[in-house]
Design a protein around this ligand. Structure first.
Ligand SMILES: [Zn+2]
Length: 258
């Protein structure tokens, strides 16, 4: 069977001199491995486009069994330039892609994940400042796309709005408590009932920042003014959450199962 799709190159390598294997994040077919025979030679079928972080239009033949996808042709839709020159931003991009690979995807979620990843790479390629915690925020958003993360704008227990100014309507500034293990966000009253007022304390600014990561594009993630302490707490809670619910921890350059 043959199909065409949009695909981001997550990783690739050579084998047998001129052939290339790729790991692709595709819009409609999830994450898959594909072989590009003659991939490092054929300028006609793969005009210089088989490279990490490139967004491609691909034609894939999955064969009769569908087990061995072959890349028949590819053309470049988008590719970074300054990001490739290295530095901290390339490290951030790679960290995000490694997390995505480790997490894996249900196939029907791939479109939103591809769009999100593309927005992230475009942001890193540009000149706008980005928060140092960007890769950690990306993990929260991906976990959220897959339905693991509670909404931050309401108390999970009673539904009370949690201190908000979304769409310019200032809400009452309410703090909250994020129970990492339960995956619940509670207003102070509900947290007190359960004796959980010490867990994952969120200030109104932290709630807004986490809600932005969950609902808005990556370029806006650093806009909420947080103190260094608030930023560190957000990053720590997200790390704990990802470790507890997804079982993934960053260790010696890769994500592994806890
Ligand atoms: Zn409540």
């Amino acid at each position: 069977m043959e199909w065409t799709d949009t695909a981001l190159v997550l990783s690739l390598g050579r084998f047998r001199e001129i052939d290339v294997w790729l790991r692709l994040l595709t819009r409609r077919h999830g994450i898959l491995h594909a072989f590009a025979f003659g991939g490092s030679r054929s300028r006609k079928r793969f005009p210089g486009c088989l490279d990490m972080l490139n967004l491609l239009r691909v034609r894939v033949d999955t064969g009769r069994t569908g087990q061995f996808p072959t890349l028949c042709e590819a053309s470049l839709l988008w590719g970074p330039h300054s990001l490739r020159t290295g530095g901290g931003r390339l490290g951030m991009a790679m960290n995000c892609l490694r997390f995505l690979e480790a997490l894996g995807l249900p196939q029907d979620d791939a479109g939103e994940t591809l769009t999100l990843t593309q927005e992230l790479l475009t942001l890193l390629e540009g000149n706008a400042p980005v928060p140092e915690t960007l890769p950690i925020l990306f993990r929260l958003r991906l976990a959220s796309v897959q339905g693991y993360v509670p909404a931050f704008d309401r108390c999970t227990a009673c539904g009370e709005p949690l201190g908000f100014s979304r769409n310019g309507h200032a809400g009452v500034e309410t703090s909250a408590f994020w129970s990492i293990a339960e995956g619940a966000v509670r207003c102070p009253r509900c947290a007190a009932v359960r004796g959980q007022r010490s867990q994952g304390q969120l200030t109104p600014a932290m709630i807004r920042a986490l809600d932005t990561v969950q609902n808005a594009t990556p370029e806006t993630w650093g806009h909420e003014a947080l103190t260094a302490h608030e930023r560190q707490d957000c990053a720590r809670y997200i790390d704990e959450f990802v470790q507890y619910h997804l079982g993934l921890v960053w260790d010696r350059g890769r994500f592994g199962k806890v």
